[in-house]
Design a protein around this ligand. Sequence first.
Ligand SMILES: *[C@@H]1O[C@H](CO)[C@@H](O)[C@H](O)[C@H]1NC(C)=O
Ligand SMILES: *[C@@H]1O[C@H](CO)[C@@H](O)[C@H](O)[C@H]1NC(C)=O
Ligand SMILES: *[C@@H]1O[C@H](CO)[C@@H](O)[C@H](O)[C@H]1NC(C)=O
Ligand SMILES: *[C@@H]1O[C@H](CO)[C@@H](O)[C@H](O)[C@H]1NC(C)=O
Length: 239
Amino acid sequence: MLAEMFKLLILILALCPSAIDSSFQYFNMVEQWPGGYCQFHRCRRVPWPNDFTIHGLWPANHTGTVENCKKTGFAPIQDENKFKQLDSIWPDLDQPRPEYDTVGSRVLAQSFWGHEWKKHGTCSENMYNQTQYFDLAIKLKNRYNLLSILEQGGLSRGHSHELSDVNSTIWRTTHGTPDLKCLNDARVHRNVPVLQEIGICYRPSKNRSGQVSFSVINCPHSRTRTCYRGLGNGKIVFP
Ligand SMILES: *[C@@H]1O[C@H](CO)[C@@H](O)[C@H](O)[C@H]1NC(C)=O
Ligand SMILES: *[C@@H]1O[C@H](CO)[C@@H](O)[C@H](O)[C@H]1NC(C)=O
Ligand SMILES: *[C@@H]1O[C@H](CO)[C@@H](O)[C@H](O)[C@H]1NC(C)=O
Ligand SMILES: *[C@@H]1O[C@H](CO)[C@@H](O)[C@H](O)[C@H]1NC(C)=O
């Protein structure tokens, strides 16, 4: 009897290749829209990037994001090419464009990455060390081009759109409900919520040869409610 149950347990485990031994269940790849972010923050990065940029890659579980898991420090990125690649897709919009030529400025420019690594990256460190974490962020960011998804879906910039259209347009490509974040301010856009961030949620799963792949899931802790505040009537501005 016990042996039978044991066999059943083994069978169940074998049929669950997606089980990942980890403190988190999925990643939220959060990208920010500079045109929205910079209406509410003093962006010293001028001109603003004309594309979505990474805010962070956030490990999360069924309760919410997991944060500040370990005390592992951040080792400033030394590799010039990696630095430039990250600086273009993961810039600190609050800071001026860094000089590439001085080590001091390069290190200073990395405080945003250091913050994201310590707050979020350390929570997936059992699977991804710092180098691997930043490489994974680059890989997941490059999987979808959010700007072209929106524009090709007819959601042009400088206009307001139905929130449900924004969701379904992204969904048609990713097959997962995105995590949308808006801000609203009576002074801009007459209190219609302004798109700030889009998160795409990925669940890692291991296949039989132990390789990890990522599939998009519906974001379980969507911040989309922030896009219903104000007088938008279900519309949001894509500035
Ligand atoms: C999710 O993470 C939080 C913070 O680390 C933890 O307190 C909670 O128990 C975790 N929940 C699950 C379902 O793993
Ligand atoms: C991360 O892990 C890879 C593969 O095991 C290894 O080559 C690399 O040196 C590690 N990097 C850091 C910063 O620990
Ligand atoms: C987003 O769109 C998809 C596909 O149309 C739909 O299944 C899902 O329920 C929508 N999510 C929200 C939060 O509206
Ligand atoms: C596991 O995934 C990797 C990468 O996606 C693939 O190359 C490999 O063939 C897969 N192995 C199995 C046994 O499915």
